[in-house]
Design a protein around this ligand. Structure first.
Ligand SMILES: Cc1ncc(COP(=O)(O)O)c(C=O)c1O
Length: 620
């Protein structure tokens, strides 16, 4: 797996050139070159690179797929899309998104007051805003304010209570106004169809969201009675994120389509759109046998358009406009997290660490002979002998017959033999060899926090593609486990023999080795936790001008130590004083040293929590 499954998850966004991973765009800069340029400016620790051209690519492909399907089926309705802010609210992402999305009339979806404020200020006038999730009176009043500003806003109701509040706010808001403005109203429906996978519970009867058939009929009548039926414009559903199969979507579309046409035939004259939510899958897998998606974007768009057309035709109503709220599909590929490897933790199993004696216990001597004479023909037999000898030698240690040096020699020799045997038998794919890879895995200590940067790995075992930035013309041979720098054993991406990751054998005291984690642009950033007080990494936007020149823009440095503490509501001014006072009053330090220590302390406080160096001769 020298290309780390790039053809499975990479979507032609990257290519390998002269052993380095490069962007498949403009002049194809290598990611290592971009990383080095930023590091030369003094930024250390993990880096988050954002690529707006990849956001644009995803938006273009979504619109193209729906436009082609509509053309093919001669569909009369229009296609619209909004980006659900919950997927990534970070300003460098949102600003990049709006910049590339404006020509498409692409809008934003908000699920909370904070997100609504972002949507109200950032959505270009005319582009749609949809508002989902539970709302109180203030939030509904904010939606009315957006409508008064001239925004094209649809408030989706999640329950009858919300509709009552809309009616009340409508009355109050428009009482003394010269022009009556009411946002469009959408209804989120509770389908009996549910999605598939980790997020299936967003749909189905027991879902947290949406109106049942009974509530829907009551909502319809309430809208009629309060003369707001003219505002009911959208039927909305969302059956769950990362829908790995197409079948549940088709089922949900039939159900939602029939609800739409029923309401329309019942007299919902202004109803004109069906919003199918998100759910489009991203392929995160690096191994072909573990692929996560069984359909293409074309199939997805064709199914939506065809089914809506068919249902509308059968029920004699006009085909609705189609809205999507795909988030993961739009945002995931745009960011790459790059983190330096700080150390390898199996270096102790190096031949140079052997402490062989003049006179070794016979089994150790035999282990050494096995190591020196193992070859392709005897590899399996010698491997079994080595494992057997190791068991016996460890028992001898427990019984007090051999010493710590003998035990260390045993561990080193046995591991070296296992490593050699695995290399010699690499064409044989047996369970035994797979299991043994676990024994000889290298632990790569990586300068990042899985809790902060890959929270879905921690919470949901979500896999994110990972690969080194260079040496890609050399076969990686070390079964790898990745350790983050948090003091938490959950911060480990363990070696999985069924989905193995092999990395290069490196000496971090001499060479830099960077790992890149891909498809981290959806959900990870805001869900990231400050566990151990590691914060959002330093980030930069990688833009390209029309001539194809690269520009590294809007760099935001990871928070410094005092800012992190300030966020936790520590009184950092007081802490600062206390630290200073403790140094100044310490009887253990002389005046000159106090001055030096204070200088150093202030330097440390201005830096972030990621590590600078462990033992390497260069800065990390
Ligand atoms: C209502 C709604 N719309 C859209 C989305 C985005 O889904 P995805 O990121 O899978 O496209 C979600 C995600 O949970 C959602 O709840």
């Amino acid at each position: 797996m020298q290309n780390f499954g790039l053809e499975i998850w990479g979507d032609d966004n990257f290519l390998i050139r002269e052993g380095q991973l490069a962007l498949n765009y403009a002049r194809c800069p290598s990611l290592l070159e971009i990383t080095q340029t930023i590091r030369e400016r003094g930024y250390r620790g993990p880096l988050l690179l954002r690529f707006p051209h990849l956001i644009k690519k995803q938006i273009a492909s979504l619109f193209d797929a729906f436009h082609s399907a509509m053309e093919e089926f001669e569909y009369q309705g229009k296609f619209h899309a909004v980006f659900p802010l919950k997927v990534n609210q970070f300003p460098n992402f949102v600003h990049s998104l709006i910049r590339v999305a404006t020509p498409y009339g692409y809008g934003l979806e908000a699920g909370s007051k904070g997100e609504l404020i972002i949507a109200m200020s950032e959505t270009p006038m005319g582009a749609p805003i949809t508002v989902n999730g539970f709302k109180d009176k203030e939030m509904i009043a904010l939606c009315f304010t957006a409508a008064k500003m001239g925004h094209n806003i649809t408030v989706t109701i999640e329950g009858l209570g919300e509709l009552q509040t809309i009616i009340e706010v409508n009355r109050e808001f428009n009482k003394e106004s010269i022009t009556t403005v009411t946002p469009k109203i959408g209804v989120r429906i509770r389908l009996h169809s549910s999605g598939i996978g980790s997020w299936a519970k967003s749909g189905g009867y027991s879902s947290k969201f949406g109106l049942t058939s009974t509530e829907l009929l009551e909502a319809f009548e309430l809208l009629q009675r309060s003369k707001l039926l003219g505002q009911l414009s959208m039927v909305h559903f969302h059956i769950g994120s990362q829908m790995s199969e197409i079948a549940p979507l088709k089922k949900a579309l039939r159900e939602a389509g029939n609800i739409y046409t029923d309401l329309k035939n019942r007299g919902a004259f202004a109803l004109s759109a069906i919003n199918i939510g998100g759910g489009l899958t991203v392929e995160y897998s690096q191994h072909s046998h573990a692929q996560e998606r069984n359909y293409s974007l074309k199939e997805f768009a064709n199914d939506v358009v065809f089914l809506m057309q068919e249902i509308a035709k059968n029920k004699g109503v006009e085909t609705p406009d189609i809205f999507t709220e795909s988030g993961r599909y739009i945002a995931a590929s745009h960011s790459v997290l790059i983190a330096p490897v700080l150390e390898l933790f199996s270096q102790e199993y190096h031949q140079k660490s052997l402490r062989l004696k003049e006179d070794n216990p016979p089994l150790i001597q035999e282990l050494n002979d096995l190591f020196e004479t193992i070859n392709r023909t005897n590899a399996r037999e010698y491997l079994h002998d080595a494992l057997d000898h190791m068991e016996s030698l460890l028992t001898l240690f427990d019984l007090g017959y051999i010493d710590l040096e003998d035990r260390s020699n045993t561990e080193i020799l046995a591991n070296l033999i296992i490593k050699k045997a695995i290399t010699l038998l690499k064409d044989e794919d047996t369970d035994e060899l797979k299991r043994l890879q676990n024994r000889i895995q290298e632990k790569y200590l990586v300068n990042f926090s899985a809790f902060e940067s890959l929270p879905d790995f921690w919470g949901l075992s979500q896999h994110f593609p990972v690969m080194p930035l260079d040496r890609l013309d050399t076969k990686p041979t070390r079964p790898a486990s990745l350790w983050d720098i948090t003091c938490d054993s959950d911060g480990e991406i363990g070696f999985n023999p069924d989905l193995p990751l092999y990395l290069h054998d490196i000496d971090v005291t001499k060479d830099e080795y960077f790992l890149a984690f891909f498809l981290t642009g959806a959900y990870q950033e805001v869900l990231g936790m400050k566990h151990n007080l590691f914060t959002h990494p330093t980030e930069v936007i990688v833009n390209f001008d029309e001539a194809g020149e690269m520009h590294l823009d809007d760099l935001i440095e990871a928070q410094n130590l005092m800012d992190i503490l300030d966020d936790l509501e520590y009184e950092t001014g007081k802490m600062d004083k206390s630290l200073k006072q403790k140094i100044e009053e310490s009887p253990l330090i002389d005046e000159e040293e106090k001055r030096v220590l204070l200088g150093k302390l202030y330097l440390y406080l201005s830096e972030n929590s990621y590590l600078k160096t462990i033992q390497a001769t260069y800065d990390l």
